[in-house]
Design a protein around this ligand. Structure first.
Ligand code: SAM
Length: 167
């Protein structure tokens, strides 16, 4: 994993194609104790410090019901990452692996995800434990943890599809 935007022995960078806008909307910002990548946890922990997820208007109006879930999934945009590495050397020892076999922040679309423990929701702010991002990281989405979530919509045929061995 790149820690200071450096290229390490064994790593491979490419010239990425021009971005085509996926139309992402940042719906908030995440407040954490970490201002330097070197201080951030590599992965959040459920007993980590409480972090504040601040929703922007009007998206703060969409939080109703989230309080039912003890565990939620947070998606965020790792905005200070380089995005051009095909191979990375997390151990800095000359060995490298493909970007998509890692959870490194360095990826063509630097989306981070964490399963976090809900601490509370008040005034458009969701307080959680379990994050690992820098202070000010843009928020992409919040969802209930899929393990604790049963779809509220009526079942539909595909819900019962199982592998039949036929392509
Ligand atoms: N838990 C997420 C995941 O697995 O998708 C992110 C894991 S990533 C390894 C976490 C690291 O990303 C942190 O240790 C820090 O070095 C880096 N990082 C955190 N916030 C960042 C940001 N806003 N921009 C760039 N890098 C960031």
């Amino acid at each position: 994993m790149v820690r200071r935007d450096e290229i390490r022995p064994g790593e491979v960078a490419v010239e990425p194609p021009a971005a085509t806008d996926a139309g992402l909307v940042f719906i908030g910002r995440i407040r954490t104790p970490w201002t330097d990548r070197m201080d951030c946890p590599r992965q959040g922990r459920r007993d980590g410090p409480v972090c504040r997820i601040e929703l922007f208007a009007p998206w703060d109006g969409g939080l109703d019901g989230l309080e039912r879930y003890a565990s939620i999934e947070v998606l965020y945009w790792l905005d200070r990452s380089r995005r051009d590495l095909l191979r990375q050397s997390p151990k800095s020892d000359g060995t490298s692996r493909g970007t998509f076999s890692l959870r490194s922040p360095v990826r063509p679309n630097p989306i981070g995800t964490s399963l976090v423990t809900l601490v509370g929701i008040a005034g458009g702010v969701v307080s959680v434990r379990g994050l690992d991002c820098l202070d000010g990281t843009p928020l992409i989405d919040l969802k209930p943890d899929r393990c604790g979530f049963t779809p509220l919509a009526p079942r539909q045929p595909g819900d019962d599809d199982v592998d039949t061995g036929r392509a």
